[in-house]
Design a protein around this ligand. Structure first.
Ligand code: GLC
Ligand code: CA
Length: 537
């Protein structure tokens, strides 16, 4: 098998708005990130991924870009960026950028020109039609917005301030590639490609039946991008692809596909979706379903493509509140268990800021305490129509809102968790006096050091990166057990997803114990949220 540095990487995602404010305006910024590079380096992560830092009117917190080659004033300047990139490299880490190329902001010069007249050269950079089709926006409501100036509708699969780019337009594609080359020339180490499986919309608007996901031409565009740009640099790429099955992933991320290195798939993020309200109502989930999905990704991609491994990002609720147990007596135990289960699978693991502290969901009292446009739109969609009461919806927001991931990073127990000297753009989770980095760094048993141990093991044992995965006891609803095997060596991972003590014969395996979240081992049982990883003798 070919080996690449990005297979051995551990990525840490920074949501700059919520990471560290350096100038007291309540908004995280690039100089704030620079203050914590030692913390990240000591955690053992090797790549930092920045959510968008480009100029943006912030309708969707930077995922609506009005200038791809300027830094958002809230975050600093291009000089700050250059300094950050150099400092990341000086710390022996790499930096990847978020590339949002399915859409721009409606304030991007291309869209301003496009909307100005029917005949200007940028008209065809976006989708304009006389009549809308039935597509709905991912952020609620119709995906088409009427524009009075030229009396046509434009397409926006996200907010109406995020018009979709027309990838069938070759000049537009070349403009995107040129922009990517200029970032790569600065020395960045790759891209996370936002909503990349949505870029092919051929057939708009006549075919009302399909939603534009994974269209055949996505692969033409990505092969072209690879040939023209990506293949000329030693970089890593990860594409965000909702509603994508493992077989499709082989096309995107196959070792010889010449498209991307890996994908963020969403299957496991939907196991707890409510059939009617999706993420907006709590729904029981099954461990068998969760491990079946992730095991399928492990086996279908094995030897042919590469997995990303993640529980969290800026769009997802906090994993310890979701698949773990955030009650005080179990929070750290269950977060360690989840960390080990994820990081010991085959693939490149991602840690989202605060995950290494076991940060939890937040339950703000009122909608006005939230900031996320998706949350507002969904609230109105369900409450205004009477499908949910305000109380039911607030419970749903507490459960599923993206703002669960976006409360400020909890650095210490001082005011605003040490995130800002000013008033934070979104409130800090009130549990920060107990859950913060300063406390974690002072406690040798903390989750932070557990993650540090996992990243160190990955450097020491190629087996953790490259070995074959096999699921044990697939119908067990309480435990998730699997093996990894490489060159005759086997690692056995056994994890209890419940607050009870359960039988687990595989936990009795004899060998060297690499990972454990309890002080002493039992054999053949697992205590609440216990995880063990044993390298067989
Ligand atoms: C991706 C991003 C999300 C954003 C959306 C539109 O899903 O992760 O935060 O809202 O794309 O850009
Ligand atoms: Ca700031």
């Amino acid at each position: 098998m070919e080996k690449h540095w990005w297979q051995e990487a551990v990525v840490y995602q920074i949501y700059p708005r919520s990471f560290q404010d350096s100038n007291g305006d309540g908004i995280g910024d690039l100089r704030g990130i620079m203050q914590h590079l030692d913390y990240l380096q000591q955690l053992g992560v090797t790549v930092l991924w920045l959510s968008p830092v480009y100029q943006s009117p912030n309708d969707d917190n930077g995922y609506d870009i009005s200038d791809y080659e300027a830094i958002m004033a809230d975050f600093g300047t291009m000089a700050d960026f250059d300094e950050l990139l150099a400092a990341v490299h000086a710390h022996g880490m790499r930096l990847i950028m978020d590339l949002v190329a399915n859409h721009t902001s409606d304030e991007h010069p291309w869209f301003k020109a496009s909307r100005a007249s029917l005949t200007n050269p940028y008209r065809d950079y976006y989708f304009w039609r006389d009549r809308p089709n039935a597509w709905q926006s991912n952020f609620s409501g119709p995906a088409w917005q009427f524009d009075a100036k030229t009396k046509q509708y434009y397409l926006h699969l996200f907010s109406k301030k995020q018009p979709d780019l027309n990838w069938a337009n070759a000049a537009m594609r070349q403009d995107i590639y040129a922009m990517m080359r200029r970032w790569l020339a600065k020395g960045i180490d790759g891209f996370r490609l936002d909503a990349i499986n949505l870029i092919d919309k051929h057939g708009v608007p006549d075919d009302l039946t399909y939603f534009p996901r994974n269209g055949a031409r996505v692969h033409d565009y990505l092969r072209e991008m690879n040939q023209e740009v990506l293949s000329h640099y030693d970089i890593m790429t990860v594409g965000e692809t909702s509603d994508t099955v493992p077989e499709e992933a082989l096309q995107y991320a196959g070792f010889d596909a010449h498209e991307l290195n890996m994908l963020f798939q969403f299957d496991h993020m939907e196991v707890d979706f409510d059939p009617q309200f999706g993420k907006w109502q709590k729904h029981p989930w099954s461990l068998v379903a969760l491990k079946t999905i992730l095991s399928r990704w492990q086996t279908v991609l094995a030897g042919k493509a590469w997995n990303s491994l993640y529980w969290n990002n800026h769009d997802q609720p906090r994993v310890v509140s979701r698949f773990g147990d955030d009650r005080p007596q179990y929070r750290v135990l269950s977060a360690k268990m989840l960390a080990a289960v994820l990081h010991l699978m085959q693939g490149t693991p991602y840690i989202y800021q605060g995950e290494e502290l076991g940060m939890t969901n937040v339950a703000f009292r009122q909608l006005a305490d939230y900031r996320d446009i998706e949350t507002y739109n969904a609230y109105h969609e369900f409450v205004d129509s009477g499908q949910l009461t305000a109380d039911q919806m607030m419970a749903g927001v507490h459960h599923g809102s993206r703002d669960n991931a976006r409360t400020p990073m909890q650095w210490d127990d001082s005011a605003n968790a040490g995130f800002t000297q000013g008033r934070p753009w979104i409130e800090v989770n009130p549990n920060y006096p107990a859950i913060n980095a300063k406390a974690a760094l002072a406690d040798p048993q903390s989750l932070y050091y557990f993650y540090q141990h996992l990243t160190a093991l990955r450097r020491k044992y190629p087996l953790i990166v490259y070995a074959q995965y096999a699921l044990l006891d697939p119908t067990n609803e309480q435990t998730w057990c699997y093996t990894r095997t490489l060159d005759g060596q086997t690692l056995v991972v056994t994890a209890n997803f419940t607050a009870e003590t359960v039988a687990c014969p595989a936990a009795a395996a004899a060998g060297e114990q690499l990972v454990h979240n309890y002080a002493v081992a039992h054999t053949a049982t697992l205590r609440p949220y216990e995880v063990r990883a044993i390298l067989l003798a």
